[in-house]
Design a protein around this ligand. Structure first.
Ligand code: SF4
Length: 345
């Protein structure tokens, strides 16, 4: 069953609704940052940001005792932090996950419009019907899904532990139903040899990386290592020296001996890469074919909707609070807790 054409249209429609933020002057930026610092204290709130958000937001999160991380660590940090309000800079499923794991906390986001092509491409009703057709399979869903889809799953995984979870299930003889990212699912299937039935979804950012462009770039930087996020297509993954989640990519950049790295994931990660590994060079992997006007457009349009001004407004007015229906929350909590307990082992 192919969902791709319909998904593409949904994604295009959604992107057409996204407004551009007009750029702020540096004075305005500083004023808003001051306002955010004060509001975080006043509201007993903590800022939890993803690696793909604007570097200014990442910087602010670090400076104010919040966290900058991948979605697994964001979930853990939000749950364990003592603040009564979490402000989650990322995309919708990250805010929902925070609310599911910390129902007693107020969870805000700079905007509730920031979603993800994987989430859009996996509508709960259709997905549930797909699961019903395959009752013999263990349902494993990627974290990049709605609360309703998680509520239908046996396991939730992030890209940092997808391989280990599927290995574990395969060793127990279980057959897997995987959703929604076919590229990550394909990677997991190739690595583990598990029996995986796949939903047809993709990340619009990672899907654009091109193997030929990567080869051309590698020819220019022959001593570089190629670091690839597994949401990328198979021919791109096949060229990688290292495949892993955002946190694992940062770690690989630290530990591999190379001085230069070609990186195939959202450009937001360069803030942390340059901060953590300041003596090495990072080059963004190409998304454009030959003749295109730009070399790489590896920027998630939804992550980019998180800005200083809407972040400050969310804190001040509480106008973009995340709510998850109680029964759905209780259902979705089970596979999420399973993931966190598995990760803790
Ligand atoms: S980068 Fe891709 S997977 Fe991540 S939020 Fe954006 S669309 Fe979703």
């Amino acid at each position: 069953m192919s969902h791709h054409a319909a998904d593409q249209k949904l994604v295009r429609d959604h992107l057409n609704r996204i407004d551009d933020h007009s750029p702020l002057t540096s004075d305005q930026q500083e004023q808003i940052k001051q306002r955010i610092r004060a509001l975080l204290v006043e509201k007993n709130a903590v800022l939890v940001a993803h690696y793909y958000t604007d570097p200014m937001i990442q910087e602010l999160a670090e400076e104010t005792g919040g966290c900058v991380s991948d979605s697994l660590e964001m979930a853990r940090f939000g749950r364990d932090n003592e603040a009564t309000t979490l402000i989650v800079a990322g995309v919708k499923f990250m805010g929902e996950t925070a609310k599911i794991l910390s129902p007693e906390k107020t969870v805000l986001m700079p905007t509730l419009e920031a979603t993800c092509s994987l989430d859009i491409g996996c509508p709960a009703e259709e997905f549930s019907a797909f699961c019903d057709q395959h009752p013999d399979r263990t349902v494993v869903v990627y974290a990049n899904t709605s609360a309703a889809v998680k509520a239908r799953a046996d396991w939730v995984v992030t890209s940092s532990i997808a391989l280990q979870v599927v290995e574990h299930l395969d060793a127990q003889g279980e057959k897997i139903l995987w959703a929604p990212d076919k590229h990550l699912g394909g990677y997991v299937q190739r690595e583990t040899g598990a029996d995986v039935l796949m939903w047809d979804g993709a990340c619009i950012v990672h899907e654009e990386f091109k193997a030929q462009g990567l080869l051309d770039l590698k020819a220019v930087y022959p001593d570089s290592a190629i670091l690839v996020h597994p949401e990328s297509p198979e021919p791109v993954v096949a060229l990688a020296d290292f495949v892993g989640s955002t946190s694992q990519i940062i770690n690989a950049a630290k530990t591999l001996p190379n001085e230069q790295f070609i990186v195939a994931t959202d450009q937001g990660i360069f803030y942390k890469l340059q901060q953590q590994v300041p003596d090495k060079d990072f080059i963004i992997a190409p998304t454009a074919g030959s003749g295109a006007a730009c070399r790489s457009c590896a920027n998630c349009p939804w992550m980019a909707m998180n800005a200083l001004d809407n972040l400050a407004d969310a804190l001040e007015y509480g106008n973009s609070e995340v709510h998850v229906d109680v029964s759905m929350r209780e259902q979705a909590m089970k596979p999420l807790i399973r993931m966190l307990q598995f990760a803790a082992k």
